[in-house]
Design a protein around this ligand. Structure first.
Ligand code: PLP
Length: 442
């Protein structure tokens, strides 16, 4: 593609397209790169520039771009059956995928599919609500969530994952939720140690659950790492304690593994670090390797068992047009096979060890507040102040890295990498080196 067509695309883009999570000033300041091709861990723009996809295209492309087996899975399924509904019908790919997902859990489960992560969170919340209704306890209809949680952009998900800087305008229509403090792992100035932080935060959580158990449907959390809320990492002990608390007080636990599942933390699911298997586990993002939207709520069979229709109708009247779409399901099946054949989860763990080692020296750079990592999530958090100096610094780092062929997207003053899990080690080292150099340079 030559530069004339690049300009005409950029012009048409400005006149017609509404970009998600993008400030108007950013669109007006400079034309956006037009990404025309992906290959391995790289994206290419219409001018032929190559970029390392250091955030796996919003945490989805764990297997990189143009994986031949995933391309073939799309083509094969598209030739056979591109869509058929799951309402009073079924099809092989949805069945096979559900069975493969259930096999990843130690207990018996049922799988409700959706397309985006947010939709799966909505399904999980509704399943939790109706579960208690089915059981004749409709008073249990409230949720507990953590501060700094993010669970998606539909209104139910925003209610349990309210981030003021994103969601203020919607506050009047959100349903009320009990908020418990989110442990910061000792990165804030208020706690003497990560343990003290965990204990204090958990004391509040325990008090809320104890006091309100009679009206609580579920606690919802992102296990081990709150991603959009600033890559806030928690010890596995947090989810372990939470699972026990919920079990003790007869409250469901919903784990939102949409970002941290599928190997990102060095285990298939983040909850595995604590050997905890929550009542409902939400999956998304990496499920189809980053090729098509598909998500799932993987629900304990004992919960599903209450959704009968005799003597009373307890059917879950919930679903989307493309629930369990065969092409997306075929991709998700092939993704799991690639995970197995290419040892993606153990590679992610190895990548995580390298990432931690490479990041450590960056803690000494002036202006860096904290360096942390969890599996293949690496964070360099900059010092910030009320004027947002750290966020502006991070934005300059982002721009400098983009000019050097690396795409990332800081969250305020939090610079993070979440590279594809297939990133070669030397490329990962170069990436961290470039991040360090950019922080020093700007
Ligand atoms: C991205 C994300 C979601 C929402 O998923 P979408 O596919 O963007 O709707 C929900 N929860 C977590 C933890 C996420 O990171």
């Amino acid at each position: 593609m030559d530069s004339i067509s690049t300009h005409s695309y950029q012009d048409l883009d400005r006149r017609t397209l509404w970009h998600p999570y993008t400030r108007r000033s950013a669109v007006e300041a400079a034309p956006l790169p037009v990404i025309v091709r992906g290959e391995g861990v790289y994206l290419f723009d219409s001018e032929g520039r190559r970029y390392l996809d250091a955030i796996s295209s919003w945490w989805a492309c764990n297997l990189g771009h143009q994986h031949p087996r995933l391309i073939e899975a799309i083509a094969r399924q598209a030739r056979e059956l591109q869509h058929s509904i799951l309402g009073n019908l079924t099809h092989p790919r949805a069945i096979e995928l559900a069975a493969m997902l259930v096999d990843l859990f130690p207990d018996d489960r049922r799988v409700m599919f959706a397309s985006d992560g947010s939709c799966t969170v909505e399904a999980a919340l509704k399943i939790a609500l109706q579960y208690w209704w089915n059981r004749g306890q409709p008073a249990k209809h409230k949720f507990v969530a953590l501060d700094f949680a993010y669970h998606g952009d539909t209104l139910g998900a925003v209610s349990v994952g309210y981030l003021p800087h994103f969601h203020q305008a919607f506050k009047p229509v959100l349903f009320p939720v009990y908020q418990a403090p989110s442990p910061c792992c000792g990165t804030c100035a208020f706690h003497e140690s990560p343990d003290q932080c965990l204990n204090e935060c958990f004391d509040t959580m325990r008090a809320i659950v104890r006091e309100h158990a009679h009206e609580l449907a579920a606690v919802i959390v992102e296990p081990l790492c709150q991603c959009s809320g600033g890559m806030r990492m928690h010890p596995a002990e947090h989810i372990r304690r939470l699972a026990k608390l919920c079990a003790d007080y007869d409250v469901l636990l919903i784990a939102d593994e949409i970002a941290v599942g599928y190997g990102r933390t060095g285990k298939m699911f983040a909850c595995e670090h604590a050997d905890v298997w929550p009542d409902i586990v939400c999956l998304g993002k990496g499920m189809s390797g980053g090729y098509l939207p598909i998500s799932a709520a993987v629900v304990k069979a004992s919960i599903h068992a209450t959704f009968g229709d005799t003597p009373e109708d307890h059917t879950l009247y919930h679903g989307h047009t493309f629930t369990g779409n065969p092409i997306a399901a075929a991709l998700a099946i092939e993704t799991l096979r690639v995970y197995e054949d290419e040892h993606i989860v153990s590679r992610a763990a190895a990548l995580g060890a390298t990432l931690a080692a490479e990041l450590a020296p960056l803690a000494a750079i002036s202006g860096v507040r904290n360096v942390r990592s969890l599996g293949a999530i690496g964070v360099v958090e900059l010092e910030d102040d009320a004027e947002g100096t750290g966020s502006r610094h991070a934005a300059r780092v982002r721009d400098r890295l983009r000019a050097k062929g690396i795409l990332l997207r800081p969250l305020g003053s939090v610079i993070y990498v979440m590279p594809p899990l297939v990133t070669p080690e030397p490329v990962l080292r170069e990436l961290v080196g470039a991040v360090g150099a950019a922080i020093r340079a700007v």
